[in-house]
Design a protein around this ligand. Structure first.
Ligand code: PDD
Length: 286
């Protein structure tokens, strides 16, 4: 965890930071968040994360307290103060603290919190072996495109994954995979098509998803945005998930069944390498 955190304009030691119990983030999950990766002490795809943060705020009608430039300066300062080399910056904005009442308060000032977490993203052992996922019912609301801090359905999904001893839960609605509890889901068909669900209110518009799709297309790979079923995932040649905190992570088992030969697939490994290069990771022998 960060030793220095950012709360409402100040950089503070973690132990000295606090939020009022009347904060609407705490009482109503009335807030949104973002997570940007840090590699070699530099933010990865941060402009896109800040654009999504701005959109999430706009959708729930909270005025963005900072410009993208101000956010970036504050994040960079937090990374510097924590000496973070590789990991993530977490940012959260809530509607602020006010007397408990469901409708928007008149004069509340948004609460802004940031902290960092150390994480081994580029050399994660799981990326070498691939990870297992289980499927669970998607219990979420109808605006999953907003990066809301109302994450109870995802907490339950991730707990189901933890209890099954696997890395992630893929959520399913009407027989189709929506996305992971904190990641985007992809499969690769036996004829080499990279398939992921199209953007809509049903999923978060993943920043890593967008870049991986672009990199795939730039390298002549076929990308298909369409719904896919659990059965199709079980029968896929390869599978992977993407997120700011994992980049491209091979999925080698779904619901206890091996994907392909049960090892990270060649196309998945290629996409991970392309993303690592784009993100500025040091070159690695193949
Ligand atoms: N999660 N879908 C969901 C539901 C997510 O929570 C995330 C990210 C993604 C991937 O989005 P991106 O590529 O922009 O990180 C997809 C972050 C990492 C988290 O909650 O920690």
């Amino acid at each position: 965890m960060s030793s220095i955190v950012f709360v409402n304009g100040s950089f503070l030691p973690f132990e000295e930071a606090s939020i009022p119990i009347m904060d609407r983030g705490f009482l109503f999950a009335d807030g949104i968040y973002e997570v940007s990766a840090v590699l070699n002490s530099r933010l990865v795809e941060n402009d896109a994360h800040l654009a999504r943060l701005d959109r999430s705020l706009d959708q729930i009608r909270i005025a963005n307290p900072y410009t993208a430039q101000e956010w970036t300066r504050l994040e960079e300062e937090l990374v510097r103060r924590n000496g973070l080399v590789e990991g993530v910056v977490y940012m959260e904005v809530t509607r602020g603290a006010a007397e408990r009442d469901f409708a928007f308060p008149k004069d509340a000032k948004p609460t802004v919190v940031m902290f960092t977490q150390v994480k081994n993203i580029t050399r994660a052992p799981a990326a070498e072996t691939g990870v297992a996922v289980v499927t669970v019912e998607d219990l979420r609301w109808k605006r999953r495109d907003i990066k809301s801090v109302a994450l109870l359905a995802q907490v339950l999904a991730k707990q189901a994954a933890a209890e099954a001893g696997v890395f992630e839960a893929w959520m399913v609605e009407d027989g189709h995979v929506t996305e992971g509890s904190s990641s985007t889901a992809f499969i690769i068909t036996r004829d080499g098509r990279i398939v992921t669900r199209p953007l809509s209110n049903a999923i978060l518009p993943g920043i890593t998803r967008q870049s991986v799709m672009r990199l795939a297309q730039e390298h002549g790979l076929k990308v298909e945005e369409r719904l896919f079923t659990i059965e199709e995932a079980h029968a896929a040649a390869e599978a992977f998930l993407t997120s700011a905190s994992s980049f491209v992570m091979p999925v080698v088992e779904i619901d206890g069944k091996p994907v392909g030969n049960g090892r990270p697939g060649a196309l998945t490994r290629r996409l991970r390498q392309l993303y690592l290069e784009m993100a500025g990771a040091p070159a690695k022998a193949a």
